[in-house]
Design a protein around this ligand. Structure first.
Ligand code: ATR
Length: 271
């Protein structure tokens, strides 16, 4: 039996186990996907243990993605992003990858969005970094807009063909853009506000020639996606990005084409 898993803290509400196990069932693979919650300073020991125990692959999430990069042989995209979310223990060396970036790319491609032209990435945190590098690798020009404008400029320095902006520039940078990805937490439900009606993008800046992906998936229909649909834009909810980061990890670990529909059904039934 092959064992895969997720390392993070906390991981209790993760939808990765049902999503990956649906794939194992669909393809009749003898594999399990389990969650691990090591203490903050224990990732080194966790990886050594996983390797020694013959664990085949691990996803990595908050707060371990940056430390994971130091402990594995990262691929070029993960190095540039500065974070690893997928580790492969199967070869002679332990390798690290970042499927968050490809997750956004594949979520858009799945909705027939052409990845040429210009993308606006809102947010310059971990998710914003991954998506900006992912879209730039597809050949898109990337405009990064962030509340803290200096962070947008700093990230734009690193990403090829990118520019940095404050959120006040959104109407201007969106006017002729093709793709918009929200990588901030604005619009996400939380304990204090279970039904937020917030968006980082003024609705008047949205238009019918845009494809809008919201990385937020709780709720699935965010205020941004409602506004985008009203403007006639193509909308892609955050569960697609979550799905395709998992699909990409599954394919990397198993070398098989992922059963996307089965994984999608399992994920959405858990949301
Ligand atoms: P993640 O790993 O999910 O990207 P993060 O690294 O904490 O999380 O980044 C959060 C992002 O959401 C940042 O771009 C942050 O903007 P700042 O760099 O200015 O902090 C953005 N963000 C969070 N709350 C926001 C708000 N209320 N309005 C606008 N942007 C916000």
């Amino acid at each position: 039996m092959q064992v895969f898993g997720l390392v993070g803290n906390p991981v209790g509400h993760s939808l990765s186990p049902p999503m990956h196990e649906a794939a194992y069932t669909e393809l009749d693979l003898d594999a399990r996907y389990v969650t691990f919650e090591p203490a903050e300073g224990d990732l080194d020991r966790a990886f050594e243990g996983a390797d020694a125990l013959g664990i085949a692959g691990l996803n990595v999430t908050i707060p371990f993605k940056q430390r994971a990069l130091e402990l594995v042989e990262p691929d070029s995209l993960a190095s540039r992003i500065g974070a690893v979310n997928t580790v492969d223990f199967s070869g002679d060396t332990v390798t690290g990858h970042n499927t968050d970036a490809v997750g956004a790319v594949r979520a858009l491609e799945h909705h027939d969005v052409a990845l040429d032209g210009t993308a606006v990435v809102v947010g310059a945190g971990g998710a914003g970094r991954a998506v900006a590098f992912g879209l730039a690798d597809e050949g898109m020009g990337v405009r990064i807009a962030n509340r803290t404008e200096t962070k947008a400029h700093a990230l734009a320095e690193e990403v090829p063909d990118a520019t940095g902006h404050g959120l006040d520039a959104l109407p201007e940078v969106l006017a002729d853009a093709d793709v918009l990805v929200n990588c901030t937490s604005v619009g996400m439900a939380h304990d204090d506000d279970p039904e937020p009606d917030e968006t980082p993008v003024p609705s008047s800046a949205l238009h019918a020639d845009l494809a809008v992906l919201d990385a937020v998936y709780t709720p699935l229909e965010t205020r941004l996606l409602r506004d985008a649909a009203a403007a006639g834009a193509t909308t892609v909810d955050g569960a697609w990005m979550l799905l395709f980061q998992g699909v990409e990890a599954f394919e990397l670990w198993t070398g098989r084409n992922a059963p996307v529909d089965a994984m999608n059904a399992a994920l959405r039934s858990g949301l």
